[in-house]
Design a protein around this ligand. Structure first.
Ligand SMILES: [Zn+2]
Ligand SMILES: [Zn+2]
Length: 292
């Protein structure tokens, strides 16, 4: 299996194809996301962000106090590549199912007519300014969630680049013992066992990957093995759901030692949506970094 961080369109196509064989029910969703993931990885290759400067005295305090390096509003965006990706995603979504095509068409039109300013939109997104998104959604008579979805997915390559750059400031010899992302402070969306059994979390916002303890709940910092367990999934040996009895939260886990598939983490999250449904039926909750 592959644990590399950058993926070519061919690798994404292969990863999607392997999942498609295992989960034919996800076919339509996979068709859509293969296009989105490919567009994002292509965009990432072109994306350059200005380094986020953190003064040494502030960095020292953050390291000592185990604070994340930045607040989400501090992420740097490559507005040129993000805007190109935004337009590309509007095109891709115009062929999707549900409410998305209509909203994507209206958003693309508003862009062409210069009724939508992407600089303002991206900044509002980083500030989680839901009122701004609601205002635009009302003006354009579109679905606010679709606008948020396109905005987030357009800035994702910039977030990844920024996280890459910031991760060089993290002390490699100091294990990160917190349940939130060391870069941006968001909760993890996915957990993974690497080839040597090391456990990792992926940030639900910037997708930074960090090493963590094996027996640990990221949401309440519980390390008591009596309260931490997991349930296996029938016919999906490589997936499991880790549950904490202390806080009632769960996180999905991919065990890369149990599969030879190409593992593209965002695809693993997406193609295990049935596990989220199952967990919710069991009255378990998770934490979502991107609220809209
Ligand atoms: Zn993060
Ligand atoms: Zn917990």
């Amino acid at each position: 299996m592959s644990e590399k961080e950058n993926f070519s369109p061919d690798q994404i196509a292969k990863a999607v194809e392997e999942v498609r064989k295992l989960k034919p029910n996800y076919g339509r969703m996979l068709d859509l996301y293969e296009k989105i993931f490919t567009a994002q990885e292509d965009s990432r290759n072109e994306t350059h962000v200005e380094p986020v400067e953190i003064p040494p005295d502030i960095l020292a305090v953050k390291t000592k106090e185990e604070f994340p390096l930045i607040d989400i509003s501090q992420f740097a965006i490559d507005e040129k590549t993000a805007a190109a990706l935004f337009r590309n995603l509007c095109d891709i979504l115009q062929n999707a199912a549900g409410e998305m095509p209509e909203s994507a068409r209206a958003i693309a039109e508003a862009l062409n007519e210069k009724k939508l300013d992407l600089h303002t939109l991206f900044q509002a997104f980083l500030k989680a300014d839901e009122d701004f998104f609601q205002k635009i959604a009302d003006e354009l008579k579109i679905d606010k969630k679709t606008l948020g979805f396109i905005a987030y997915n357009s800035v994702k390559p910039s977030l990844a680049r920024c996280a890459e750059q910031l991760s060089t400031l993290l002390d490699k010899n100091l294990p990160w013992k917190k349940g939130y992302c060391p870069i941006c402070g968001s909760p993890p969306i996915l957990s993974m066992f690497g080839s040597n059994g090391q456990r990792f979390f992926f940030c639900g916002f910037c997708w930074h990957k960090w090493a963590t303890q094996r027996i640990y709940c990221p949401f309440c910092e519980n390390t008591d093995h009596n309260d931490l367990h997991y349930f296996d999934i029938e016919n999906e040996e490589e997936h499991r759901v880790d549950v904490c009895d202390n806080c009632g939260k769960y996180i999905k886990t991919v065990d890369t030692r149990k599969t030879n598939r190409v593992i593209y983490p965002p695809l693993e999250h997406l193609s295990t949506a049935h596990l989220d449904i199952k967990a919710k039926e069991m009255k378990l909750t998770s934490e979502i970094a991107v609220g809209f």
